[in-house]
Ligand binder design. Sequence first.
Ligand code: AMP
Ligand code: GLY
Length: 422
Amino acid sequence: MKILVVGSGGREHALAWKLAQSERIQMVYVAPGNGGTARDIRLVNVDMSDPVALADFAQAENISLTVVGPEVPLAAGIVDIFRSRNLKIFGPTRDAAQLESSKDFAKAFMQRHNIPTAKYQSFTDAELAHAYIDQEGAPIVIKADGLAAGKGVVVAMSLDEAHSAVDHMLADNRYGDAGARIVIEEFLAGEEASFIVMCDGKNVLPLATSQDHKRLRDQDQGPNTGGMGAYSPAPIVTPAMHARVMREIINPTVNGMAKDGIVFTGFLYAGLMIDDKGNPRTLEFNCRMGDPETQPIMARLKSDLVTVMEHACNGTLDAVELEWDRRTAVGVVMAAAGYPDSPRKGDVIDGIPPETPESITFHAGTQIVDGKLQTSGGRVLCVVGLGDSIKMAQKQAYETVDQIHFNGAQLRRDIGWRGLKH
Ligand code: AMP
Ligand code: GLY
């Protein structure tokens, strides 16, 4: 059978890599893909990203099913377009994707359904927003309502920072329509974890746990990024915590959406903040897999992903029991010079070693120009190492990282450090 993966990042390389391992696969297309998917002989890049063009392609090529990686096509309604043509696709409809595409929608939803999250208010008026900040004090968190590629959140430690974030988003219109409405919420302290499940409209199937590293530099210093590395499993999510998150967050979310008349299908990702007493709260929802969480999670998945995806599209995920590699996977992102503000493009990448059972290099911002691999985006590669402990997986990942070179590469040397503390 033929499968189509929509997207061009490290998450999509990892999904396509895993799907292509299935014996049932004739071809995996990636649209538009990257330098890594171009190089993999089992994958074929298709230079397309418009949802209607993709549906035409899926029809013409007899694609058996389509998996969507990123949020932008989901928020644009790619699932609705495919389904209206009876094409199988795994992802949320445009209505369901509002859980990610509008923070205001997500916050109102959580409040209505008693799902634990930070206290908040929404604003379109800057004066009222400033007054609310003065009333609540700092630290406080300011978020652009719409999709802002992971850049629409300011965790303000002082009132000055909070006020200027409001001015940037509402007055200067820095985020365009995405920032025409803002959410201001209570600062939550604790440790973050990523909790990702698959939903088929009836059943919920949790994936392995993981933890991201949002800050650019070691010890969680520097600016927020899309994610500088992730590892799986995350020991903070003990079996008891897992049960509690399913009971208090995931199940009420899926059931609450259904009650509101929206059947949720696709990946559902709850970004959790777990406080020092062990209470999980929801920071945000994503309606897709995480990037870079997908890379270590796919590296550990032993089950046939094609079969899992078929069940997900057919509403039979209750028949699936996922099998995971017992090892830990640590994924280290190598980012371009200037990331996250203004990543440089066009640096030549050398030294990526062949994949081994202990180490896989997934591509994100790469492309092939005149036969040479170059950087083409902020997060360039995600190098995954597998080992019997976090330490051993780290050692594998960094041994591979140290063989790879491009000018100006930025990376963290401490991916997994919170896991080592547990
Ligand atoms: P979000 O896109 O909503 O997940 O926010 C991006 C990052 O900002 C999160 O991963 C957290 O590190 C941080 N953050 C978001 N909301 C809060 C909050 N209420 N309290 C503390 N940190 C937050
Ligand atoms: N790694 C965080 C995200 O995918 O949003």
